[in-house]
Structures are given as C-alpha cells and as structure tokens.
Design a protein around this ligand. Sequence first.
Ligand SMILES: Cc1ncc(COP(=O)(O)O)c(C=O)c1O
Length: 456
Amino acid sequence: MDKQIDAEGLIDASRHLWSNYFPDREPDKRPKVLVRGEGLYVYDSEGKRYLDTFASLLTTLCGHGRKEVIDAVKNQMENLSYFPGGFDYITEPAVRLGERLAQITPGDLSVSFLVNDGSEASEAAIKMAREYFHVKGEKGRKKVIFRRASYHGATLGALSATGLSGMRAAQDPLIPGFTHVMPANCFRCELGLEPETCALACLKNLEAIVAWEGPENVAAIIMDPIPGSNTGFPPPPEGYLQGVRELCDKHGILLIFDEIQVGFGRTGKMFCCENWDVTPDIMAVAKGFSGGYLPLGAAISTEAIAAAFHEAKEGFRHVHTYSGHAAACAAALANIDIIQGEGLVERAAELGRFFKSHLSDLYKHEAVGDVRGMGTLWAVDLVADRKTRTDRKPPGKMGGLISKYCRDAGMILRNNGDILVIAPALVMTDDQAEEMIGVLDEAIAAAMVPGAIEGE
Ligand SMILES: Cc1ncc(COP(=O)(O)O)c(C=O)c1O
C-alpha cells in the first residue's frame, strides 16, 4: 500500500528547492509526484504507472526495488555506515569493488579512484592525467583536448571539457588549456561529408589540433566512445577510435574514455570501448555503476599510472569526504553481481538486435531521419527532410509533443529536442520492448497529423 501523499502541498513546497534540471519549473506546469518504483515502472501519487524507457536518467540498469541491492546496502549500513578509506583504515566494500572493477574492465585498467558521481569521475580523470605528468616531472603537460557536442559533467573541469555551448555559456571563460575538436558524428557531420568517402576527416582534425597545440603539452584527450543521449548515440566511424589510440600512443598522451552513460553492459559488452577493442588509459564510470541506488563514480586507471604516483611517493590530490562510501560500494557490488549473474550484458546485446529490427519500422514516418544505436542505447532522430537531414522547425516541438503523448499514455520517453532517446534498463522484457515501440509508433503518428504542432 502506497503512503498517502499530499501531492498538491508537496508541489507548492517545492519552491524551496532549486530545480536540478533546467529550464526552471514553469509555474503552470504541475510535476508528477513519484512515490514508488518496481522493475522498469515508476508510480505517481495518483497510482498511475509509467514504463520508464530512460532508466531514471540512465542509472537503474537492473530495475527498481532489487532486494539484493537493498539488502546489501542495509547490511552495510547496519555494520558500518561510513568511514573514510585511504589513511590507516580501509573498508571491505571499497576494496572488493576496486578488485571487481580490475577483473571486469578491459586491458590494463586495474586501479580505481572512487568518487561520488559522473561529473566528479570526469573531473578526477582529467586531474589524474594532468597530475600524472606533474609527478613524472613533465610539468608543462597540462592541455586537454575534447570534442564538440560531448558532455562530460557539470563541475568546472568537466564542464571545461564539455562541448555543448549552451551549457558552457554562463560560465565562460572556462579553464584555460582546454581545446575542442570536431565530433565523429556521421549523421550530422560538421563538414557535410559521408563516411564512405570522408577518409576520417574527424580524426585528421584531431591530429591537426594535437600538432597545433604541441603534443608535448597535451596531457589528455577525453571522449565518450559513443557520445550520449544529448546527440543520440552516434557510433564512431570505422577506424576512428583505433586512430585516436594510435595518436595518443605516438605522442605519450593519455586517453580518457567517459563510459558514464555507456558502461556496465549498456552496449552489449561490459564496456562500450570493447566493441572496437580500444582501451583507454583512464576510464570514467558512474550512473549504472551503482544501478541508481546510491551515488557513486570512479576514475579507473592503468597500473602504470598508479605506479608513477607510488614511485614519486605522491598521492593523487583529489580528496572528497564521502569518496568510496561503503554503502554505495556495497550497492555497486550487488548491482554488478546482478548484471553478471543474470547475463544482462548478453541480454542487452539481444535487446539491441530486437530494437534494430523493430525500430527501423519507424522509417515509415516521414519525420524519422535516422534510427541508430546498439544494445540498449538507441535514438530516433527527427528531421524536416530525410534526404537533406535538415533540422525541424520550430526545433524540438515535435520531440516535445511525442514525449508528452508518451507520458499521457503511461510511458516516460526522453527527448533531447527532436532526438528521441530510448535507453531502458537491461532487464526489459520482450513484452515491454514491444509495448514501448508500439507507444512510440503511435506517438510519432499523432505528432505528424497536420495541425498537431503549433506553428508548423
Ligand atoms: C557522458 C556523461 N558524462 C558525464 C556525466 C555527468 O555525470 P553526473 O550527472 O553523474 O555528474 C553525464 C551525465 O549525464 C554523462 O552523460
């Protein structure tokens, strides 16, 4: 039985909270009060059920209400809620988690620096790269190269490496020494090129910028192997990630992969970069890492990076009181147990095949310009003209309408403007997958009825 909630009173009282997401609340728009979650569903205070196709902002990979995770957290809380690790004391969940990450991450990645969320994981990864060269005596190597259109976080360092101008504008100028290059997005290539004939112009752009900055000054290149929901998961062109790895190796630059959205089985491999057999020097993880149960992230480095700090008798200076919280680590361990124990990486690959075949039916709607993705990360990109790939006008209206239609129909669908994002939990059943695609199909059809969109 759900607890009775005074929803209207709660909504009024919410004026005492900053909205964590922008734009700020519209005064006449009444948010739903969510009170409960189970599997892929969340329930509002009126008892309405929603199928969440965005997994609570890409976190709840194993679904809501998993007893195994809740019991692990409860058990840890009852024994020892928290004690900071790293001085003369350690706690079991943090150490076991580091050990587990060393087992499941690719290549030489084997030493984890635990943090509290995704922004801090990117922040720590960038700082770790710069500090690595500092302790090795290459004190001039501080520059960081990032890609336009990729998001790496909200803290100043992570934001300085974020290529979304709308997010940067209010904080500009950001940290000096951060330089952007073009994204590797074949559907929306900045140069208007096609992958068959472009000769990897995006990689050439990166090579040129590294040369311009002076490779000996560049500490790190940071990128997401598949950029996230903001740009609808554009896959890298063949050979691009391998080329980036070779470029870094040639110049001794550290490669950071942001696997915050795409790690832990999402793409049908435990980590996204395994799809191309390319391993970074530092990998940032968060979101699905703890399954949405408690905040947690990590910057996972190679043994060689950690060894450089040990040899210099230096620690990595990035102290946050709650880093490696024992209860959050217990949640992550239980979450990874479920992912491995229930074969959810393989399930994500299977769902990916299902989505590929069923989502392509949506091309019957003229507005659908591209359907792309892998595993449980997919995007339906709406355009004004499929051939020319022109953006819709007014931008975002059709995406917003489709999302609203889904919400009324009991389904949470994330739209980033006119990009519809499909990123459900790995435990989605076949029936739920069919239901999701059915509602999406209806919603697109409804939005395409002439006159449905004001101003079109
Ligand atoms: C790719 C990527 N990197 C970093 C972040 C920042 O993570 P967090 O919101 O947990 O700080 C996000 C969050 O959306 C993300 O998608």
